[in-house]
Design a binder for this molecule. Structure first.
Ligand code: NAP
Length: 341
């Protein structure tokens, strides 16, 4: 039996996820959609799906067994809490929520429910190249990871996201999450350095260099360039005690012509991570079908939120800003080991 899914938010990524859930993957059926803009929801609704006026009505409907949240970040908290209250598994696009207090409320509600229901849309964890990179690090043949260099370049960002804080409170969450996951570590403190600003970005603080100080003592440097014109370019290299492991350049057709020898660069995240998004939902459908969630958790969303907040404090203060986490509830598994003194 196909899992009956309701989608909240039918903008750019909502429509892309509806496409993959209806045209690419099996085991799922979109039975309901909603968007603040009803006409947009109607245009995106697959045949037979009901269009609801509000997320609350969609979540409460018997036609919906599991929910996919693709609305904008500030709306996520209420929608997540309603899903947990209804006991329905929910996939929530990043960011989990937009404040530390909101993240704690979602953790509290899920812990009180007693079973994981929330998966956060950190799709890099489902990318085959990142998974191979993690397998090498976890295998231990290179020794302990000491540094991770993460590069996050977008050709441009949509007008609506064009605020000076966007690279730190929106883009950075992906690098924060993948760093925690790859190194099996938490972020203890954050520093931000702002070089000469690109003239292409108006008010946007771009580019930015962020240093994540991990609890083990490892350091992650993140280059965020969200308006770099040439394409979507994601790179990562882990320096360990006895070697270095890096994400491969994406295989692409090599074109030779009078301009030289070249390979295409993905235009945006939809193209670069298309298989990762598919895999993310394949695994979510299996877990949601069993009434739970297994991928990136509310805890991971909370951790990424704290990193974004600390980065904003760090850019204002110009110094290193520490992160204090609450004790990790047992629901989210064991905490990573702390470095020996
Ligand atoms: P978008 O194109 O603006 O779509 C969001 C849609 O949700 C819009 O139609 C919006 O309506 C609607 N909406 C907003 N608040 C709502 C509410 N309370 N109830 C119902 N609908 C609501 O944005 P997007 O690019 O699709 O991004 C959506 C989410 O996905 C964001 O959290 C974003 O960070 C995340 N995202 C993740 C990735 C990734 O790589 N994992 C990539 C892109 C986006 P209005 O336009 O009328 O407000």
């Amino acid at each position: 039996m196909a899992l009956k899914i309701g989608v909240i938010g039918t903008g750019m990524i909502g429509v892309d996820h509806i496409r993959r859930l209806t045209q690419v993957l099996s085991g799922a059926e979109i039975t309901a959609v909603t968007d603040i803009d009803r006409a947009r929801a109607e245009a995106a609704a697959p045949k037979g799906a009901q269009v609801f006026d509000t997320p609350k009505e969609l979540i409460g409907s018997d036609a919906v067994e599991a929910v996919v949240i693709c609305s904008w970040g500030p709306a996520h908290e209420e929608q997540l809490l309603d899903c947990i209250a209804a006991g329905k598994p929910v996939f929530c696009e990043k960011p989990l929520v937009t404040s530390e207090a909101a993240a704690k409320r979602v953790i509290e509600a899920e812990v009180a429910f007693g079973r994981r229901l929330v998966q956060v849309g950190f799709m890099r964890r489902f990318d085959a190249d990142y998974r191979r990179l993690k397998a090498v690090i976890d295998g231990g043949s290179l020794g302990a990871p000491l540094m991770y260099h993460s590069t996050h370049r977008n050709a441009s960002v949509p007008e609506g996201l064009y605020t000076s804080d966007m690279p730190l409170n929106d883009t950075l969450v992906h690098d924060a999450d993948i760093s925690r996951w790859l190194l099996d570590d938490e972020v203890a403190a954050v520093e931000v350095r702002v070089p000469r600003r690109s003239t292409r970005g108006g008010e946007l603080r771009d580019p930015t260099i962020v240093l994540l100080h991990m609890t083990s003592g490892a350091i992650v440097d993140v280059e965020i360039s969200v308006n770099i014109a040439y394409g979507y370019d994601i790179r990562g290299e882990v320096s360990c005690e006895m070697g270095v492991a890096a994400l491969p350049n994406r295989p692409a057709t090599v074109i030779s012509d009078r301009f030289g020898i070249r390979q295409a660069i993905p235009e945006d995240w939809r193209e670069r991570f298309i298989e990762a998004y598919d895999q993310e939902f394949r695994e979510w459908i299996v877990a949601a079908g069993q009434g739970t969630a297994t991928g990136p958790s509310t805890w991971d969303g909370y951790a990424a939120t704290l990193v974004g907040d600390a980065a904003l404090r760090a850019v204002a203060s110009g110094t290193r800003e520490s992160i204090e986490m609450i004790e990790k509830p047992a629901l989210y598994g064991p905490a990573p080991a702390l470095a020996a003194e």
